[in-house]
Write a protein that binds this ligand. Structure first.
Ligand code: NAI
Length: 333
């Protein structure tokens, strides 16, 4: 059975995510960590749910991080500040970079073999930060580090179903979303939807562009509607758990054929480099999950000419975000 930890568990994402993780029968222990003491109350609250996971809360003082992480199999990180209107995910870098660095250090020291799922934004940079911390500690396993981009996948299904006038059918459309997790770096491959989206969508270039834009900037709808109250939390908790559930099933319960897009280390994968036409260290691709984590990276496949343009826009921004994360650790100011 699995030991799971949620870091930043008292937050807008952390609380509903912890509740969802608690419902997974494969979890034997669920440890909730945060810098604010209310996390102990969140743990007490969640612990009453009648599922197997024994749920405990830890705060930063009292050596809480160590106790939360010791021997954990899977660590999910939604710690950090969220966006306010007018902010991009990159604006969060100054605060969240240091948070992710310190939590990654704790993972390297206490559960170096854990699967690590990073939700804290900007994911395009925070995942490289965690990788650099793990490399410096000698614990980096590229198969075990994931940037959670599942909300983009979830939005792609929902928004595509709405765009084609079938809003009740969102769950029927599986659409790979690749690239990064911010604005134009988000590359939804609508042409690869299963089942296929109707031809009428692809022949109406304005409609297609509007849909892609909505998927890329869907987070802004929530940020604006919350008007200063934060960014997506409930749909993110749903998406974060969806990915965690897939990983748990594939890694610990022997489920085969589980493929989900995630922002992973691709530096040593020549096929991916060739497809994107650049030497990039991180990129979101459909990942086949298994006992060791990211067992196999699937190709992006055939892109339409419009998707090729979108890929170029993604490549205009993503390398800088990766370098920013790497430099934060390699050349600290
Ligand atoms: P929030 O402010 O409601 O919660 C964040 C929690 O992190 C708080 O409880 C805070 O006390 C805690 N925290 C801060 N520093 C910490 C540390 N050093 N160790 C442990 N916990 C710490 O924020 P919310 O809305 O839950 O968002 C969290 C993060 O998730 C943000 O960075 C946000 O941008 C990101 N996010 C990512 C998405 C994705 O698709 N990957 C989607 C939506 C948000």
């Amino acid at each position: 059975m699995v030991v799971a930890a949620v870091l930043g568990a008292a937050g807008g994402i952390g609380q509903p995510l912890s509740l969802l993780v608690k419902q997974n029968p494969a979890i034997k222990e669920l440890r909730l960590f945060d810098v604010v003491p209310v996390v102990k109350g969140v743990a007490a609250d969640v612990s009453h749910v009648d599922t197997p996971a024994i749920t405990t809360g830890y705060v930063k003082d009292e050596d809480g991080l160590k106790h939360a992480l010791k021997g954990a199999d899977i660590v999910i990180i939604p710690a950090g500040v969220p966006r306010k209107p007018g902010m991009t995910r990159d604006d969060l870098f100054n605060i969240n970079a240091g948070i992710v660095r310190d939590l990654a250090q704790g993972i390297a020291e206490n559960c170096p073999k854990a699967f690590v799922l990073i939700i804290s934004n900007p994911v395009n940079s925070t995942v490289p930060i965690a990788a650099e911390v793990f490399k410096a500690a000698g614990t980096f396993d590229p198969k075990r580090l994931f940037g959670v981009t599942t909300l983009d996948v979830v939005r792609a299904s929902t928004m595509s179903a709405q765009a084609i006038g079938k809003p009740n059918d969102a769950s029927q459309y599986t659409i790979p979303v690749v690239g990064g997790h911010s604005g134009v770096t988000i590359l939804p491959l609508l042409s690869q939807s299963k089942p296929a989206l109707p031809e009428s969508l692809f022949s109406d270039s304005e409609k297609l562009k509007a849909l892609v834009n909505r998927i890329q900037f869907g987070g802004d709808e929530v940020v604006q509607a919350k008007a200063g109250g934060g960014s997506a939390t409930l749909s993110m908790a749903y998406a974060g758990y969806k990915f965690a559930e897939q990983l748990i099933a594939a890694a610990f319960e022997g489920k085969k054929g589980v493929v989900a897009p995630s922002y992973v280390y691709v530096a040593d994968n020549k096929d991916v480099q060739k497809e994107i036409g650049q030497d990039l260290a991180f990129f979101s691709v459909p990942v086949e999950l298994g006992p060791n984590g990211a067992e196999k990276l699937h190709p992006l496949g055939q892109l339409s000419s419009y998707e090729k343009e979108l890929l170029q826009a993604c490549l205009g921004e993503l390398p800088g975000s990766i370098t920013k994360g790497v430099n934060f650790i390699q050349q600290p100011k």
